[in-house]
Ligand binder design. Structure first.
Ligand code: GLP
Length: 241
């Protein structure tokens, strides 16, 4: 793992945007894997800036998001689809129909998972996957478990994740309890991975991911055996390394 420690998340996010921009410049029709949550927000803002300055275009980019809440349709303000529009897609030139987020309201969520996985394959797989990190070491919504999920699947969110994500809702009761998430196995298939984690709340998870035993109890620990992972963190998140 290539672990890069920056003084703050602003500097780290600039570096992350530069890496993503370089990917798009090298391959304009890159397939990106994108993440939601607080961690990538500044990176997306930097990407919008690079787009506005004419450095990059998303015209040929394809993107697949990691996950979506079950029960929220894409119009819902807190859906991850809406998050992506609010934070990136509304401000760049990616055409509708070139960005994909699992449907949280499919009548057959299991089928939705299979089809999502097939669609990623049909586009040739993910060139660059952006990840955040849960305080419990989750990536996507792959919660601590007894195994690593190989493919996109339906997950039950842990109490800890529901609590952490309740900050985006008016009450904890509104947070969905299930989600569709790419598996840790799907994530491992990406050719390149960029993980962002900031603040002291992530320090323990970062240490487990980088130096801990590989275990599904810390899903991100599997990234240790991926050949091309860059971890961008601030000093607080690096405190336990
Ligand atoms: C959420 C998302 C993850 C995200 C993580 C960390 O539950 N499903 O994709 O990486 O938690 O979120 P944050 O970046 O807000 O700390």
């Amino acid at each position: 793992m290539n672990v890069m420690i920056y003084k703050d998340k602003e500097t780290a996010s600039k570096a992350a945007a530069t890496i993503i921009a370089a990917q798009i410049l090298q391959k304009p029709n890159s397939v990106l894997g994108l993440a939601t949550g607080g961690s990538p927000v500044l990176t997306y803002q930097n990407l919008v800036k690079l787009y506005e300055e004419g450095v990059i275009s998303f015209a040929d980019v394809i993107s697949f998001n990691l996950d979506e809440y079950i029960g929220l349709d894409h119009e819902h303000n807190q859906s991850y689809f809406a998050f992506m529009q609010q934070n990136l897609f509304n401000f760049v030139d990616i055409p509708d129909g070139q960005y994909f987020v699992p449907s949280g309201v499919s009548e057959d969520p299991e089928l939705e998972c299979v089809e999502y996985e097939e669609k990623i394959e049909a586009y040739g797989g993910i060139d660059l996957q952006v990840l955040g990190l849960g305080g419990n070491g989750h990536i996507g919504f792959n919660e601590p478990a007894n195994h690593f999920a190989p493919t996109t699947h339906v997950v039950d969110l842990t109490e800890e994740t529901i609590e952490a994500n309740s900050r985006f809702f008016t009450s904890k009761e509104e947070v969905p309890t299930k989600a569709i998430s790419m598996g840790t196995g799907s994530i491992m298939k990406a050719r390149k991975i960029l993980l962002l984690a900031f603040g002291k709340g992530k320090a323990e998870a970062v240490a487990n991911m980088v130096n801990g035993r590989i275990s599904p109890q810390c899903q991100a620990s599997l990234l240790q055996v991926h050949p091309d992972v860059t971890v961008l963190i601030d000093e607080e998140a690096a405190a336990n390394l």
